[in-house]
Ligand binder design. Structure first.
Ligand code: NAD
Ligand code: MG
Length: 353
Protein backbone atom coordinates (compact mmCIF):
# COMPACT_ATOMS: atom_id res chain seq x y z
CA UNK A 1 0.00 0.00 0.00
CA UNK A 2 1.15 3.51 -0.79
CA UNK A 3 -0.28 6.26 1.40
CA UNK A 4 -1.00 9.36 -0.70
CA UNK A 5 -1.52 12.89 0.60
CA UNK A 6 -3.18 15.09 -2.03
CA UNK A 7 -2.98 18.86 -1.70
CA UNK A 8 -5.08 20.80 -4.20
CA UNK A 9 -7.61 17.96 -4.30
CA UNK A 10 -10.45 20.02 -5.83
CA UNK A 11 -8.47 21.28 -8.82
CA UNK A 12 -7.95 19.91 -12.30
CA UNK A 13 -4.91 17.81 -11.31
CA UNK A 14 -6.46 16.93 -7.94
CA UNK A 15 -9.65 15.50 -9.44
CA UNK A 16 -7.74 13.43 -11.99
CA UNK A 17 -5.47 12.16 -9.21
CA UNK A 18 -8.51 11.00 -7.23
CA UNK A 19 -9.64 9.06 -10.29
CA UNK A 20 -6.22 7.38 -10.58
CA UNK A 21 -6.12 6.55 -6.85
CA UNK A 22 -9.63 5.07 -6.90
CA UNK A 23 -8.64 2.71 -9.74
CA UNK A 24 -5.61 1.30 -7.93
CA UNK A 25 -6.23 -0.75 -4.76
CA UNK A 26 -2.55 -0.35 -3.83
CA UNK A 27 -2.95 3.44 -3.61
CA UNK A 28 -4.68 4.85 -0.52
CA UNK A 29 -5.72 8.47 -0.15
CA UNK A 30 -4.88 9.31 3.48
CA UNK A 31 -5.19 13.10 3.34
CA UNK A 32 -6.80 15.67 1.05
CA UNK A 33 -6.77 19.46 1.17
CA UNK A 34 -8.04 22.41 -0.82
CA UNK A 35 -7.80 26.18 -0.63
CA UNK A 36 -11.48 27.04 -0.19
CA UNK A 37 -13.81 24.33 -1.55
CA UNK A 38 -15.08 21.50 0.72
CA UNK A 39 -13.21 18.17 0.70
CA UNK A 40 -15.29 16.32 3.32
CA UNK A 41 -15.24 12.56 3.00
CA UNK A 42 -12.51 12.47 0.36
CA UNK A 43 -9.95 11.02 2.78
CA UNK A 44 -9.64 10.15 6.49
CA UNK A 45 -7.85 13.49 7.06
CA UNK A 46 -9.08 16.59 5.26
CA UNK A 47 -8.40 20.29 5.52
CA UNK A 48 -9.62 23.46 3.84
CA UNK A 49 -7.09 26.28 3.90
CA UNK A 50 -4.75 26.66 6.86
CA UNK A 51 -1.25 25.26 7.34
CA UNK A 52 -0.86 22.31 4.99
CA UNK A 53 2.28 21.04 6.72
CA UNK A 54 0.26 20.30 9.89
CA UNK A 55 -1.96 18.01 7.85
CA UNK A 56 1.10 16.33 6.32
CA UNK A 57 2.65 15.74 9.76
CA UNK A 58 -0.51 13.95 10.89
CA UNK A 59 -1.02 12.02 7.64
CA UNK A 60 2.41 10.32 7.53
CA UNK A 61 2.18 9.79 3.76
CA UNK A 62 4.50 7.74 1.54
CA UNK A 63 3.89 10.12 -1.37
CA UNK A 64 2.83 13.77 -1.36
CA UNK A 65 1.08 14.97 -4.52
CA UNK A 66 1.40 18.74 -4.59
CA UNK A 67 -1.39 19.94 -6.90
CA UNK A 68 -1.84 23.35 -5.28
CA UNK A 69 -1.63 26.25 -7.72
CA UNK A 70 0.95 29.01 -7.24
CA UNK A 71 3.52 30.00 -4.63
CA UNK A 72 1.03 28.87 -1.96
CA UNK A 73 2.29 25.34 -2.68
CA UNK A 74 5.82 26.09 -1.42
CA UNK A 75 5.43 24.78 2.18
CA UNK A 76 4.20 21.44 0.80
CA UNK A 77 7.16 21.06 -1.56
CA UNK A 78 9.69 21.96 1.12
CA UNK A 79 8.04 19.76 3.75
CA UNK A 80 8.13 16.65 1.54
CA UNK A 81 11.68 17.24 0.29
CA UNK A 82 13.01 17.94 3.78
CA UNK A 83 11.24 14.92 5.28
CA UNK A 84 12.47 12.61 2.51
CA UNK A 85 8.88 11.73 1.59
CA UNK A 86 8.50 11.13 -2.15
CA UNK A 87 7.12 14.23 -3.84
CA UNK A 88 4.94 14.03 -6.95
CA UNK A 89 5.16 17.64 -8.09
CA UNK A 90 2.51 19.34 -10.20
CA UNK A 91 3.00 22.68 -8.41
CA UNK A 92 5.77 24.00 -10.68
CA UNK A 93 5.64 27.50 -9.14
CA UNK A 94 7.26 26.29 -5.90
CA UNK A 95 10.24 24.74 -7.67
CA UNK A 96 10.61 27.77 -9.95
CA UNK A 97 10.54 30.25 -7.07
CA UNK A 98 12.60 28.23 -4.59
CA UNK A 99 14.78 26.03 -6.82
CA UNK A 100 18.02 26.20 -4.81
CA UNK A 101 16.29 25.90 -1.43
CA UNK A 102 14.21 22.98 -2.69
CA UNK A 103 17.21 21.10 -4.07
CA UNK A 104 19.11 21.63 -0.81
CA UNK A 105 16.12 20.25 1.11
CA UNK A 106 15.97 17.26 -1.24
CA UNK A 107 19.65 16.54 -0.67
CA UNK A 108 19.08 16.47 3.09
CA UNK A 109 15.84 14.46 2.89
CA UNK A 110 16.99 12.09 0.11
CA UNK A 111 13.46 11.36 -1.12
CA UNK A 112 12.34 11.18 -4.74
CA UNK A 113 11.19 14.22 -6.71
CA UNK A 114 8.85 12.94 -9.41
CA UNK A 115 7.59 15.52 -11.90
CA UNK A 116 3.88 15.50 -12.77
CA UNK A 117 4.07 18.28 -15.36
CA UNK A 118 3.65 16.32 -18.61
CA UNK A 119 6.80 17.65 -20.32
CA UNK A 120 8.90 16.95 -17.24
CA UNK A 121 7.46 13.50 -16.67
CA UNK A 122 8.31 12.79 -20.32
CA UNK A 123 11.82 14.23 -19.89
CA UNK A 124 12.34 12.25 -16.68
CA UNK A 125 11.45 9.05 -18.53
CA UNK A 126 13.74 9.83 -21.49
CA UNK A 127 16.62 10.79 -19.18
CA UNK A 128 16.31 8.06 -16.56
CA UNK A 129 19.40 5.87 -16.41
CA UNK A 130 21.35 7.91 -19.02
CA UNK A 131 24.86 9.18 -18.56
CA UNK A 132 24.46 12.97 -18.14
CA UNK A 133 27.58 13.47 -20.29
CA UNK A 134 25.74 11.84 -23.23
CA UNK A 135 22.87 14.37 -23.09
CA UNK A 136 23.16 17.26 -25.50
CA UNK A 137 19.90 19.09 -24.76
CA UNK A 138 16.31 18.76 -23.66
CA UNK A 139 13.44 19.99 -25.82
CA UNK A 140 10.16 20.97 -24.15
CA UNK A 141 7.15 21.12 -26.43
CA UNK A 142 4.47 23.82 -26.22
CA UNK A 143 1.05 23.62 -27.85
CA UNK A 144 1.30 27.35 -28.51
CA UNK A 145 -2.03 27.89 -26.73
CA UNK A 146 -5.16 29.48 -28.21
CA UNK A 147 -3.26 32.43 -29.71
CA UNK A 148 -0.61 30.56 -31.67
CA UNK A 149 0.22 32.40 -34.90
CA UNK A 150 -1.06 35.79 -33.73
CA UNK A 151 1.12 38.92 -33.71
CA UNK A 152 1.70 41.12 -30.67
CA UNK A 153 -0.80 43.66 -32.08
CA UNK A 154 -3.46 41.00 -32.53
CA UNK A 155 -2.95 39.92 -28.92
CA UNK A 156 -3.17 43.24 -27.12
CA UNK A 157 -6.89 43.09 -26.33
CA UNK A 158 -7.80 39.40 -26.22
CA UNK A 159 -10.27 38.58 -23.44
CA UNK A 160 -10.03 36.16 -20.51
CA UNK A 161 -12.62 33.85 -22.08
CA UNK A 162 -10.56 33.68 -25.29
CA UNK A 163 -7.44 32.97 -23.24
CA UNK A 164 -9.25 30.25 -21.30
CA UNK A 165 -10.12 28.28 -24.46
CA UNK A 166 -7.06 26.03 -24.62
CA UNK A 167 -6.85 23.87 -27.75
CA UNK A 168 -5.37 20.66 -26.29
CA UNK A 169 -5.37 20.65 -22.46
CA UNK A 170 -8.24 21.14 -19.99
CA UNK A 171 -6.67 22.78 -16.92
CA UNK A 172 -7.21 25.26 -14.08
CA UNK A 173 -7.58 28.96 -15.02
CA UNK A 174 -4.13 30.18 -13.92
CA UNK A 175 -2.11 27.65 -15.93
CA UNK A 176 -4.49 28.07 -18.88
CA UNK A 177 -3.73 31.80 -19.05
CA UNK A 178 -0.03 30.97 -18.59
CA UNK A 179 -0.31 28.68 -21.60
CA UNK A 180 -1.86 31.48 -23.65
CA UNK A 181 1.01 33.88 -22.80
CA UNK A 182 3.67 31.10 -22.94
CA UNK A 183 4.63 32.05 -19.36
CA UNK A 184 3.82 28.42 -18.60
CA UNK A 185 6.57 27.23 -20.93
CA UNK A 186 8.87 29.80 -19.34
CA UNK A 187 8.09 28.42 -15.87
CA UNK A 188 8.70 24.95 -17.29
CA UNK A 189 12.16 25.93 -18.59
CA UNK A 190 13.15 26.96 -15.08
CA UNK A 191 11.46 23.87 -13.63
CA UNK A 192 13.49 21.68 -16.02
CA UNK A 193 16.71 23.47 -15.09
CA UNK A 194 16.25 22.57 -11.42
CA UNK A 195 14.83 19.08 -11.99
CA UNK A 196 17.47 17.87 -14.42
CA UNK A 197 20.49 20.07 -13.65
CA UNK A 198 20.77 21.31 -17.25
CA UNK A 199 22.08 24.80 -18.02
CA UNK A 200 19.72 27.07 -19.97
CA UNK A 201 21.74 26.80 -23.19
CA UNK A 202 20.81 23.10 -23.18
CA UNK A 203 17.08 23.72 -22.75
CA UNK A 204 15.01 24.33 -25.87
CA UNK A 205 11.34 25.13 -26.43
CA UNK A 206 9.52 24.19 -29.61
CA UNK A 207 5.90 24.75 -30.58
CA UNK A 208 4.08 21.51 -31.37
CA UNK A 209 0.36 22.26 -31.82
CA UNK A 210 -1.14 18.81 -31.20
CA UNK A 211 0.68 18.08 -27.90
CA UNK A 212 1.44 14.47 -28.88
CA UNK A 213 5.19 14.68 -28.28
CA UNK A 214 5.66 15.90 -24.69
CA UNK A 215 9.46 16.25 -24.69
CA UNK A 216 12.58 15.10 -26.54
CA UNK A 217 16.11 14.49 -25.31
CA UNK A 218 18.93 14.93 -27.81
CA UNK A 219 22.04 12.81 -27.25
CA UNK A 220 25.61 13.41 -28.42
CA UNK A 221 25.49 10.60 -30.99
CA UNK A 222 22.83 12.40 -33.03
CA UNK A 223 19.97 10.34 -31.68
CA UNK A 224 16.97 11.71 -29.80
CA UNK A 225 14.44 10.02 -27.53
CA UNK A 226 10.91 11.37 -27.30
CA UNK A 227 7.84 10.63 -25.19
CA UNK A 228 4.56 10.47 -27.12
CA UNK A 229 0.95 10.07 -26.08
CA UNK A 230 -2.41 11.78 -26.11
CA UNK A 231 -2.50 14.95 -24.00
CA UNK A 232 -4.02 13.52 -20.82
CA UNK A 233 -2.65 14.37 -17.39
CA UNK A 234 -3.78 11.05 -15.96
CA UNK A 235 -0.69 9.49 -17.58
CA UNK A 236 1.97 11.59 -15.78
CA UNK A 237 -0.10 11.59 -12.55
CA UNK A 238 -0.31 7.79 -12.62
CA UNK A 239 3.37 7.49 -13.54
CA UNK A 240 4.39 9.55 -10.50
CA UNK A 241 1.97 7.87 -8.07
CA UNK A 242 2.82 4.31 -9.11
CA UNK A 243 6.56 4.86 -9.80
CA UNK A 244 8.51 2.79 -10.65
CA UNK A 245 5.78 0.31 -11.57
CA UNK A 246 4.09 2.31 -14.40
CA UNK A 247 0.59 0.99 -13.75
CA UNK A 248 -2.07 0.85 -16.47
CA UNK A 249 -4.42 3.81 -17.03
CA UNK A 250 -7.74 4.23 -18.90
CA UNK A 251 -5.91 6.40 -21.48
CA UNK A 252 -5.71 4.69 -24.89
CA UNK A 253 -2.40 4.13 -26.60
CA UNK A 254 -1.73 6.23 -29.75
CA UNK A 255 -3.80 5.20 -32.76
CA UNK A 256 -1.40 5.21 -35.72
CA UNK A 257 -3.78 3.62 -38.22
CA UNK A 258 -5.05 6.99 -39.46
CA UNK A 259 -1.49 8.28 -39.85
CA UNK A 260 0.29 10.72 -37.57
CA UNK A 261 1.90 13.95 -38.67
CA UNK A 262 4.12 15.76 -36.19
CA UNK A 263 4.65 19.48 -36.69
CA UNK A 264 7.21 21.65 -34.91
CA UNK A 265 7.83 25.42 -35.12
CA UNK A 266 10.07 27.86 -33.27
CA UNK A 267 8.20 29.95 -30.66
CA UNK A 268 7.43 33.61 -31.49
CA UNK A 269 9.29 35.43 -28.71
CA UNK A 270 8.10 38.84 -29.87
CA UNK A 271 4.39 38.03 -29.64
CA UNK A 272 4.96 36.03 -26.43
CA UNK A 273 7.61 37.98 -24.49
CA UNK A 274 7.02 36.09 -21.23
CA UNK A 275 8.89 33.07 -22.57
CA UNK A 276 12.03 35.13 -23.19
CA UNK A 277 11.60 36.94 -19.86
CA UNK A 278 11.44 33.62 -18.02
CA UNK A 279 14.59 32.36 -19.70
CA UNK A 280 16.37 35.60 -18.73
CA UNK A 281 15.10 35.29 -15.15
CA UNK A 282 16.32 31.69 -15.01
CA UNK A 283 19.75 32.60 -16.35
CA UNK A 284 19.97 35.55 -13.99
CA UNK A 285 19.25 33.24 -11.02
CA UNK A 286 18.96 34.47 -7.42
CA UNK A 287 15.39 35.52 -6.72
CA UNK A 288 14.72 36.46 -10.36
CA UNK A 289 12.60 33.30 -10.94
CA UNK A 290 10.68 34.04 -7.71
CA UNK A 291 10.07 37.62 -8.85
CA UNK A 292 9.00 36.43 -12.32
CA UNK A 293 6.56 33.99 -10.77
CA UNK A 294 5.06 36.35 -8.17
CA UNK A 295 4.56 39.21 -10.66
CA UNK A 296 3.01 36.77 -13.13
CA UNK A 297 0.60 35.39 -10.49
CA UNK A 298 -0.60 38.89 -9.60
CA UNK A 299 -0.93 39.95 -13.24
CA UNK A 300 -2.76 36.78 -14.33
CA UNK A 301 -5.29 37.17 -11.54
CA UNK A 302 -5.84 40.82 -12.51
CA UNK A 303 -6.23 39.82 -16.17
CA UNK A 304 -8.84 37.20 -15.22
CA UNK A 305 -10.70 39.90 -13.26
CA UNK A 306 -10.52 42.14 -16.36
CA UNK A 307 -8.52 44.76 -14.49
CA UNK A 308 -5.66 44.76 -17.04
CA UNK A 309 -5.16 43.82 -20.68
CA UNK A 310 -3.46 40.65 -21.92
CA UNK A 311 -0.33 42.53 -23.01
CA UNK A 312 -0.03 44.14 -19.56
CA UNK A 313 0.84 40.77 -18.00
CA UNK A 314 4.26 40.76 -19.67
CA UNK A 315 4.72 44.49 -18.99
CA UNK A 316 4.15 44.01 -15.27
CA UNK A 317 6.50 41.03 -15.08
CA UNK A 318 9.21 42.92 -17.02
CA UNK A 319 8.84 45.99 -14.79
CA UNK A 320 9.11 43.83 -11.67
CA UNK A 321 12.30 42.15 -12.89
CA UNK A 322 13.79 45.56 -13.73
CA UNK A 323 12.86 47.25 -10.47
CA UNK A 324 13.31 44.68 -7.72
CA UNK A 325 16.33 43.26 -5.93
CA UNK A 326 17.16 39.87 -7.46
CA UNK A 327 19.93 38.74 -5.11
CA UNK A 328 19.68 35.15 -3.82
CA UNK A 329 17.56 34.26 -0.79
CA UNK A 330 19.45 32.55 2.04
CA UNK A 331 16.35 30.89 3.47
CA UNK A 332 12.58 30.56 3.11
CA UNK A 333 11.98 33.76 5.08
CA UNK A 334 14.06 35.80 2.63
CA UNK A 335 12.39 34.08 -0.31
CA UNK A 336 8.91 34.77 1.08
CA UNK A 337 9.92 38.40 1.57
CA UNK A 338 11.01 38.61 -2.09
CA UNK A 339 7.68 37.07 -3.11
CA UNK A 340 5.72 39.54 -0.93
CA UNK A 341 7.71 42.56 -2.16
CA UNK A 342 7.08 41.55 -5.75
CA UNK A 343 3.35 41.16 -5.13
CA UNK A 344 3.21 44.64 -3.59
CA UNK A 345 5.15 46.12 -6.51
CA UNK A 346 3.01 44.32 -9.10
CA UNK A 347 -0.21 45.41 -7.36
CA UNK A 348 1.01 48.99 -7.66
CA UNK A 349 1.85 48.46 -11.33
CA UNK A 350 -1.70 47.20 -12.01
CA UNK A 351 -3.21 50.60 -11.43
CA UNK A 352 -0.68 52.20 -13.78
CA UNK A 353 -1.29 49.59 -16.54
P1 NAD B 1 -6.67 24.41 -10.22
O1 NAD B 1 -6.86 25.88 -10.12
O2 NAD B 1 -7.62 23.60 -11.01
O3 NAD B 1 -6.62 23.79 -8.73
C1 NAD B 1 -5.82 24.35 -7.75
C2 NAD B 1 -5.99 23.61 -6.43
O4 NAD B 1 -5.16 24.27 -5.45
C3 NAD B 1 -7.42 23.66 -5.87
O5 NAD B 1 -7.71 22.44 -5.21
C4 NAD B 1 -7.36 24.79 -4.84
O6 NAD B 1 -8.30 24.65 -3.80
C5 NAD B 1 -5.94 24.58 -4.30
N1 NAD B 1 -5.38 25.78 -3.67
C6 NAD B 1 -5.26 27.02 -4.23
N2 NAD B 1 -4.71 27.87 -3.33
C7 NAD B 1 -4.49 27.16 -2.21
C8 NAD B 1 -3.95 27.47 -0.93
N3 NAD B 1 -3.54 28.71 -0.62
N4 NAD B 1 -3.85 26.47 -0.01
C9 NAD B 1 -4.27 25.23 -0.29
N5 NAD B 1 -4.79 24.88 -1.49
C10 NAD B 1 -4.90 25.83 -2.43
O7 NAD B 1 -5.17 24.18 -10.74
P2 NAD B 1 -4.60 22.97 -11.61
O8 NAD B 1 -4.79 23.23 -13.04
O9 NAD B 1 -5.04 21.68 -11.03
O10 NAD B 1 -3.02 23.15 -11.36
C11 NAD B 1 -2.41 22.80 -10.13
C12 NAD B 1 -0.89 22.86 -10.31
O11 NAD B 1 -0.51 21.88 -11.27
C13 NAD B 1 -0.40 24.20 -10.86
O12 NAD B 1 0.84 24.50 -10.31
C14 NAD B 1 -0.25 23.93 -12.35
O13 NAD B 1 0.75 24.75 -12.95
C15 NAD B 1 0.19 22.47 -12.34
N6 NAD B 1 -0.13 21.75 -13.58
C16 NAD B 1 -1.43 21.59 -13.94
C17 NAD B 1 -1.74 20.92 -15.12
C18 NAD B 1 -3.16 20.67 -15.52
O14 NAD B 1 -3.41 19.95 -16.49
N7 NAD B 1 -4.14 21.22 -14.84
C19 NAD B 1 -0.71 20.43 -15.93
C20 NAD B 1 0.61 20.60 -15.52
C21 NAD B 1 0.89 21.26 -14.34
MG1 MG C 1 3.31 21.26 -18.77
Amino acid sequence: MKRIALLGATGSIGRQAIEIVSEHPELELVAAASGTQPVDGLAPLTQVGGDLTELLERAEPDVVLNAVVGFAGLPVTLWALEAGVDLALANKESLVAAGELALAAQERGAGLLLPVDSEHSASFQCLEGRDPASVESLVLTASGGPFRGRSADELADVTPSEALAHPTWNMGPKITVDSATLANKGLELIEAHFLFGLSYDRLEVVVHPTSIVHALVRFRDGGALAHLGYPDMRVPISYALTYPERASTPVPSLDLSAGLTLEFHPPDLEAFPLLALAREAGERGGTAPCVFNAANEVAVEAFLEERIRFADIAEIVAASLESLDLSPAADVEELSAADAQTRAFAEGALSRA
